[in-house]
Ligand binder design. Structure first.
Ligand SMILES: Nc1ncnc2c1ncn2[C@@H]1O[C@H](COP(=O)(O)OP(=O)(O)OP(=O)(O)O)[C@@H](O)[C@H]1O
Ligand SMILES: [Mg+2]
Length: 230
């Protein structure tokens, strides 16, 4: 059997924040290996560091120590520009608070990362339309995001995260603000994208039902990431 390289490896990742005089160790030597096509859930109480961890994995912040490797790129010792390039080319983020631009349309928001990367023309536009259709927003392309419902906005955020065809999707509570039925739909969409595009996905969630439907579930507790049996 041919053994494939893992898509993502994090080793001994630590991170602290200073809170007044106090030094708070949020993450303590976290290890994680992801294989291409895996869907992994991360659960854990509020304030345990789940968002911080996703930011580190996606190169949005730097760990105090530890090493990371993703899709053939070593993340250690990268300067800000190199890290930004890695992020743009490799990572799709769905943020806990979606950070869409409310006065721009669903399509404009979706293709924005492509435009920023210097892509233009009908292909980008077409892929944006395809992704919006995929997330169930056909017919809403020209609506401004400020007019869309919370669930629709969350789905635009997902389309936007996918526009650059990332190798790794990091989704921070993508169903957090949705009613159970819409939440389930967004989740099923993630599952079908995972299947069709072999998209490796890490999803932070408080929803144990959804976490239980992923390949693996990990819990972040007291700075350590361990396997979680649901
Ligand atoms: N930039 C920062 N400066 C100082 N402290 C921070 C910073 N970012 C996060 N923290 C602290 O680190 C801890 C972990 O925050 P984080 O947002 O990662 O938690 P979380 O697990 O995502 O929580 P939630 O489930 O509520 O989203 C919190 O106590 C938070 O206050
Ligand atoms: Mg969070």
């Amino acid at each position: 059997m041919v053994k494939t390289e893992p898509l993502f490896v994090a080793q001994k990742i630590s991170k602290h924040f200073d809170s007044g005089e106090q030094r708070v160790e949020i993450l303590k030597e976290i290890n994680l290996t992801l294989h291409a096509g895996e869907m992994v859930a991360i659960v854990g109480a509020s304030g345990t560091g789940k968002t911080t961890l996703l930011h580190l994995f996606g190169g949005l912040a730097r760990p105090d120590s530890g090493t990371m490797h993703c899709a053939g790129v070593d993340l250690d010792n990268k300067n800000d520009n190199e890290l930004a390039r890695f992020r743009n080319n490799t990572i799709g983020f769905v943020f806990q608070f979606h950070h869409l631009l409310p006065e721009f349309t669903a399509l404009e928001n979706t293709i924005m990362p492509g435009l920023i990367a210097g892509l233009k023309g009908p292909q980008l536009q077409e892929y944006g339309l395809e992704l919006l259709a995929r997330v169930g927003l056909a017919g809403h392309e020209e609506q401004t995001v400020g007019e869309l419902s919370g669930g629709e906005q969350q789905r635009v955020a997902l389309a936007r995260a996918l526009i650059r065809k990332p190798a790794l999707l990091l989704a921070d509570e993508p169903t957090g603000n949705l009613d159970p039925q819409t939440g389930r739909k967004v989740f099923e969409l993630l599952q079908s994208l995972n299947r069709d595009l072999n998209l490796t996905t890490v999803m932070v969630t408080h929803n144990h039902e959804l976490a239980g439907r992923m390949d693996r579930c990990l819990v972040l507790k007291e700075g350590i990431l361990v396997n979680h049996q649901l």
